[in-house]
Design a protein. Structure first.
Length: 390
């Protein structure tokens, strides 16, 4: 299924998804990574080296240290809700509660907040504290079912499922929406169906299944478990999608009350991320920048050594009332990419002697503005005399 087809299918099926997912797909959710601390040791844990095991906070891609920065990021991204993730947010409960309260108080109670955790540290006191903050949705990842009890005996898994069901019932007493969210482990459909049936009986309405993905941190571990990549252009693991689809089909065909949603990795990278970038791009783009369909920002950049070398160019821009910006520290002028292309073309036709370099730059609209592509338009020719002087 291509991305466009998937987006249309999802839009039609939106009402069947938890509100947290609906906002996430539309790019309206801020991803609040509240801590990298976690002691579950999942063999498939995809968290990056930069974050794993570190007590750091990120609001989307931005490393933050305060609630004010988190609120600022929500405003810049036009967020209508937040997904609190980690690590395990329950291992930093006070911080988690402070952030939820601050977001609810700044953006109103309709600002939808969901939180990811595992059953391990759930107890009544923590749930009560979370309920007081106004948390809307909790997502439980039953890690042990996929780690310690993976391929264990049926009895062991049933024992764990009993514990899981009790924990989920406790969650339901405190939090309005309780979702179970799991990775789709290839060929584990029988066991996942067993899990689905147990949580369905407990009254859970939503089961989210994520396509298993590899990252720089879990690749070796997944390989050692016998899992391989599906192709060389994505991070998908072979067989994960087939397993998830079998589970979805099983519950659909029996007319179950459990709504099983499969979240493929293209949904995260191609739709959710794109929509989130588009929203931020619209808020941060300078008047001379162009926003691409993927939510990236394109600008023209002129790089000079002396301001006098760009005098003619500045005169052209001023005369034509074209917006631009000069960064004297970086010795750069930023302007509309199409305008720059046109000016360079005309100057080349007129055999202009360029004393500057110019290129088109494409970058993320995120706080670090990571550049993804640079297309040179003109490269300043330097004489040996110039180079010796440098
Ligand atoms: C990345 S975790 C973040 C929150 C928290 N650390 C947890 O594991 O619940 C969010 C969800 O991703 C899923 N997940 C974990 N590892 C994954 C992987 N390698 N590929 C795809 N999904 C994964 C789990 O089902 C989990 O519910
Ligand atoms: S619970 Fe989440 S953060 Fe913790 S090890 Fe598992 S996947 Fe990683």
């Amino acid at each position: 299924m291509d991305i466009e087809e998937l987006e249309n299918t999802l839009l039609k099926d939106m009402d069947n998804l938890p509100l947290g997912c609906q906002q996430c797909i539309k790019g309206e959710k801020l991803v609040l990574f509240i801590t990298g601390i976690c002691d579950e040791n999942c063999y498939y844990c995809p968290i990056s080296e930069k974050r794993k095991g570190k007590d750091v906070i990120y609001a989307n891609e931005r490393k933050i240290t305060s609630i004010e920065e988190c609120i600022e990021e929500c405003i810049l991204c036009g967020s209508r809700g937040a997904g609190i993730t980690g690590g395990n947010p329950l291992l930093r409960l006070d911080r988690t509660c402070k952030y939820i309260k601050a977001l609810k108080s700044r953006f109103g109670t309709s600002f939808h907040i969901h939180l990811y955790t595992t059953p391990t540290y759930i107890d009544e006191n923590k749930l009560r504290a979370l309920k007081e903050t106004g948390l809307d949705e909790i997502r439980i990842h039953p890690t042990k079912y996929f780690n310690e009890y993976y391929r264990e005996s049926k009895e062991k898994r049933e024992e764990y499922l009993k514990y899981l069901v009790d924990t989920l019932k406790l969650c339901m007493e405190y939090i309005k929406v309780v979702v179970v969210e799991i990775p789709s482990i290839p060929n584990y459909e029988k066991e996942i169906i067993q899990l689905g049936e147990a949580i369905e009986k407990a009254g859970i309405k939503f089961l989210n299944i994520n396509q298993l993905e590899y990252s720089e941190t879990n690749y070796q571990s997944l390989r050692s478990m016998g899992f391989v990549e599906k192709n060389d252009y994505s991070s998908e693991i072979l067989g994960s999608e087939e397993t998830a689809k079998k589970v979805v089909e099983y519950f659909r065909s029996k007319g179950s009350n459990l709504r099983v949603h499969y979240c493929p990795s293209v949904l995260k990278d191609g739709i959710q991320m794109k929509n989130r970038l588009l929203k931020r791009a619209k808020n941060v783009a300078k008047d001379y920048e162009v926003i691409t369909e993927e939510g990236l920002l394109v600008r023209g950049i002129v790089s000079f050594r002396n301001l006098r070398d760009v005098k003619d160019l500045l005169e052209i821009l001023e005369y034509n009332e074209e917006p631009y910006e000069i960064d004297l520290d970086k010795k750069s002028i930023y302007l509309n990419p199409y305008v720059l292309e046109e000016i360079i073309e005309i100057l080349k036709e007129n055999r202009y002697r360029f004393k500057f370099s110019a290129y088109i730059s494409e970058r993320y609209p995120t706080v670090d503005g990571l550049e993804v592509e640079r297309i040179p338009l003109v490269v300043e020719r330097r004489s040996l005399k110039d180079i010796r002087r440098m």
